[in-house]
Ligand binder design. Structure first.
Ligand code: SAM
Ligand code: SF4
Ligand code: SF4
Length: 351
């Protein structure tokens, strides 16, 4: 009889991709690479708060590219298939193409995208594409120069962003998604012009309801323009038909132009919350993990990394964290939670 020992099989619950308490798997990871930005959009980084004296994270507190890539590999083992780089403004993180190259080599990752204000895209798009970036989402709230400056707090003309979008298109970062935050009394009149300009196979415009992220933007319910209203405005001029989501967890409700010339999306996180399908986790630039955009508290992965935890230990920690997840903030939002809860800022956690 053999005396050789056999290793007992690992229970399925310790290897399978985890689901949270509402049955939602972990599929997407948004990685913020910096909390800094060269814009001051009032709904995200109002300049009265994020002024000269604002203390951004020091470099030593940021996760290194090696740390980010190692975590991406562990998340991939837990079921993550999509990575999105964000911030702050991701293109101002020094050496970004190198990080893209490292992340594009992570096993199991099927999609690598970035959300950007496009101010640096004209120069960077080809290099990012070559490094392995698949797609970009560009934030642009108005085509009118004065209104663009009002909504971005930027010192640049809107043409710089339009050139960046064109550079992304030429580089093959397709389709280029255009995110438009709509704020009552500020830019709802721009929706149709933006929809018209970016029709066709290379672009998908997504209108986003203004959200109560963070605590500094002075959000009020009255500032929100319901997605249904924008659908109506656009649909009157350019008839629309609703279409099915591409996959579970897609946050934008999709519509296509009845004449076949492209599609448009609506992210109605205030009027039609989609928590039931939320498969996202968010990693801040200093390595805190958030299981909801409206979370009050993160979980310190940087400490684990720098204390020498093994991949298996970090994976077990994340598995436990995700399987206890109960977040469904947008479905439970009240005026009180929206204005009084001490939520993290969007520029820190990454949108
Ligand atoms: N700087 C990059 C950019 O603007 O694309 C990436 C980071 S930004 C925080 C990510 C996305 O969040 C942008 O599309 C932005 O418009 C959106 N966003 C920021 N604050 C928001 C708010 N209060 N409500 C809705 N969307 C918001
Ligand atoms: Fe910067 Fe993006 Fe926030 Fe605007 S939305 S301030 S571009 S991080
Ligand atoms: Fe996901 Fe939180 Fe947004 Fe709901 S509120 S969709 S749980 S990030």
């Amino acid at each position: 009889m053999s005396t050789e020992k056999t290793t007992p099989p690992t229970p399925a619950s310790e290897t399978a991709a985890p689901a949270d308490t509402l049955g939602r798997p972990l599929r997407d990871l948004r990685i913020s690479v910096t909390d800094r930005c060269n814009f001051r959009c009032p709904y995200c980084m109002p300049k009265e708060v994020f002024g000269r004296k604002y203390k951004f994270l020091p470099r030593s507190e940021l996760l290194t590219f090696e740390e980010i890539t190692r975590l991406a590999g562990i998340f991939s083992a837990l079921g993550v298939r999509k990575l999105r780089l964000t911030g702050g403004e991701p293109t101002i993180r020094r050496g970004l193409p190198k990080l893209v190259r490292m992340l594009s080599a992570v096993d199991g990752i099927e999609d690598l995208a970035m959300t950007t204000n496009a101010s640096r895209l004209t120069a960077m798009a080809p290099e990012l594409r070559q490094a392995g970036l698949r797609r970009v989402t560009v934030s642009l709230d108005s085509l009118d120069d004065a209104r663009f400056r009002e909504m971005s707090g930027a010192e640049f003309p809107v043409d710089l962003v339009l050139e960046g979008i064109e550079a992304a298109r030429r580089a093959g970062l397709l389709p280029v998604k255009i995110n438009v935050v709509v704020k009552r009394g500020v830019n709802e009149d721009d929706a149709l012009a933006i929809a018209r300009r970016f029709r066709g196979p290379d672009y998908i415009v997504r209108f986003i309801e203004y959200m109560d992220v963070g605590t500094t933007n002075g959000w009020r319910t009255d500032d929100v323009v319901p997605a249904a209203e924008i659908i109506d405005t656009i649909g009157r001029e350019l008839p629309l038909e609703a279409i099915d989501p591409n996959y579970r967890g897609e946050v934008a409700r999709r519509w296509r132009y009845a004449d076949g010339k492209g599609e448009v999306g609506f992210i109605a996180s205030v009027t039609e919350p989609f928590c039931g399908d939320c498969t996202r986790a968010r990693l801040s630039a200093d390595g805190q993990l958030y299981t909801c955009l409206f979370a009050v508290k993160g979980h310190d992965l940087r400490q684990l990394l720098r204390d020498g935890a093994s991949d298996e230990e970090i994976e077990a920690f994340l598995r436990g964290l995700w399987s206890r997840r109960t977040d469904r903030y947008s479905e439970q939002r009240t005026e009180k939670t929206a204005t009084r809860r001490h939520k993290v800022e969007m520029s820190y956690i990454g949108g």
